[in-house]
Design a protein around this ligand. Structure first.
Ligand code: FES
Length: 134
């Protein structure tokens, strides 16, 4: 298992094998600015400060030009760590924790979430509360 450290935040996240940076962030209850999630828009750019990543699939040259790759930039939606990495999210990446929001929504709007998910849901408590089938 690899560790993703978010530069300047003190946060370290464990990545599952083959998981993109974006997938790890989301599993940890973190969201950052993104768009297509397919390597096409470039909105999820982050800088690899240390460590190595690979791109899980090809990405659009306009979303991540070679010159930018040479400067350590990558796309979080396609970048998969191949070692422990430290990444810096630019200020316009707007990294934020959404777990409290999701928990509040689940507590007060669980029937609405259940409607969207097609089944009743409940909250399983823990460091990162999870929605589970009721
Ligand atoms: S979200 Fe569009 S390239 Fe990552």
């Amino acid at each position: 298992m690899t560790v993703i450290t978010l530069d300047g935040t003190g946060l370290a996240l464990e990545a599952r094998p083959g998981e993109s940076l974006t997938e790890t962030f989301r599993r940890a209850g973190l969201m950052m600015r993104d768009g297509c999630l397919r390597g096409g828009c470039g909105m999820c750019r982050v800088r690899v400060v240390s460590g190595t990543i690979t791109l899980s699939r090809t990405v659009c040259e306009q979303a991540l030009p070679l010159a930018d790759r040479d400067q350590g930039l990558t796309l979080a939606c396609r970048a998969v760590p191949t070692s422990d990495v430290t990444v810096a999210i630019p200020p316009d990446g707007k990294l934020r924790c959404v777990t409290p929001l999701l928990t509040a929504l689940a507590r007060h709007q669980s029937s609405l979430i259940g409607d969207v998910m097609g089944q009743p849901v409940a909250i399983r408590s823990g460091p990162l509360p999870e929605l589970v089938p009721a």
